[in-house]
Design a protein around this ligand. Sequence first.
Ligand code: NAP
Length: 286
Amino acid sequence: MSARVIDGKAIAAAVRERVRGEVAEHVAAGAPVPTLATVIVGDDPASEIYVANKHRACEEAGMGSIHHGPAASTSEAELLELVADLGADDGVDGILVQLPVPDQISPDAIVAAIDPAKDVDGLTPLNAGLLAHGTPGLVPCTPAGVFEILRHEGVELEGAEAVVVGRSKLVGVPVARLLLGANATVTICHSRTRDLAATCARADVLVAAVGVPGLLGAEAIKPGAVVIDVGTNRTEDGLRGDVDFEAATEVAWAITPVPGGVGPMTIAMLLVNTLQAARARSGSPA
Ligand code: NAP
């Protein structure tokens, strides 16, 4: 068997096109242009590439974007003040502080200071709590992207065995919560899980969000499973996922490639979140 390779780029393009249309309608109805504010502290080249891509995506969707680039020596108090100013700025709908931040700044303190109504990364304690309560507000972009792929592919989640490998606040835990909300039976694995492969091999839906290239091989895949590989690992052979793609395609029913699977969904869902925040702030229906 050779698995269907899920085209994340095409799904992301469709989401971005849908958002573009909805932004046009939102603005035509008299609402302000949805606007994203990004912040990078210092000059990390990788962060600059990620953020430049986000600004380009905003422009293509008909959204506004502004950028702040305080120096690497910025104190936590100064960054907190900037985040508070963006929270108070009526022209800003979404706030994204690109992580990591320099050592003198606590990322948790910065994230907690973001106005939850503008928290387009979905990482504030309020939005994480809403997701945990099963009444999601703004959902983290990569987990939302995983869910959008499953929805697009028509994967039946009700009653399905879902295994998520990874328990980070950014990916693993919110993905698991979304799957639970869709009535899957969810297991979360992590570095202390005993017999990882056997646990994964129970999964109708397997989501890998680990950061170890090729960790999950054929023995970890149930025949006919849907495999979503969030892992994005730079190796000598280029970008690799957490799943051994060649081996997994022999067993799975469908699988996301790396690159070209989950990766493109993250920016698409950032646009979705920015529009959602703008709609909520302007009082228009979601
Ligand atoms: P993270 O915060 O480092 O979390 C990794 C998780 O994997 C932890 O829960 C860890 O367990 C678990 N883990 C590590 N080694 C393991 C092993 N050998 N067996 C089982 N579990 C193991 O990473 P993250 O931020 O969630 O990101 C995970 C991956 O997704 C990375 O490759 C990252 O680059 C990628 N990612 C991609 C996107 C995107 O496509 N746009 C976005 C975000 C992240 P413990 O909790 O026990 O330590």
